[in-house]
Design a binder for this molecule. Sequence first.
Ligand SMILES: *Cc1c(COP(=O)(O)O)cnc(C)c1O
Length: 241
Amino acid sequence: MTDPADATPGLQADTGLEARLASVRHGIADAAHAAHRSPDELTLVVVTKFHPASLVRELAVLGVTDVGENRHQEAEAKAAELADLALTWHFVGQLQSKKARQARRYAHVVQSLDRASVVDAFAPTETEPTPPVIDGFVQVNLTPYASRGGVQPDDVDALVERILLTGTIRLRGVMAVAPLDEDPRPAFARLRGISERVRTIAPDAGDISAGMSGDYAEAIAEGATHLRIGSAITGNRPPAR
Ligand SMILES: *Cc1c(COP(=O)(O)O)cnc(C)c1O
């Protein structure tokens, strides 16, 4: 438990948020050292889905710079409420092409590019010839099940080519969620192989977004540059509204 005297001013001392964030930051540093990597290469994206904007504000006070959301309406509302903070907003959920066009108004990074129609939604149109440029990750499905979201490994190259053609997506790399029924480490190793292939087409797209609360150490061991961590920091998510 945090001693109220030690808590950052302005924060509720009893949430445990500060302690959980510190513990995850230690865990990230330990995993980086074990992998002979510098923690400076790693971007922590705190996934704040289902939590109120007030929690995101507390995280910002604690030095968090990057937050992730997976539902368009919720993300849009929080980003508007917190527009006074210099946060980088990552969209990590499934997008329909209609919502994608709206998401680019607040999302700086879209990590879930997984279909041609979603990619095309970020391209210039006649009515919006110079849309905002966003950073993007191709979401790769590491399972054989189409329902899990993400593009199959064999279709990654074609989607990368399409992204490069838009001129409005700065491709950063690949993103994936570890399969539920497999050891995460070999799955993240496959993602690393796919990342190497992507770099032969898009040399600047070397980032790898992988690793959540339960498997970020394995992701760091396999070259992840972006960690998407939710519940280990925020505590349990409130039920969906
Ligand atoms: C919710 C979510 C996370 C964070 O999951 P935790 O297990 O709470 O850390 C990461 N990535 C995506 C795509 C998510 O939807």
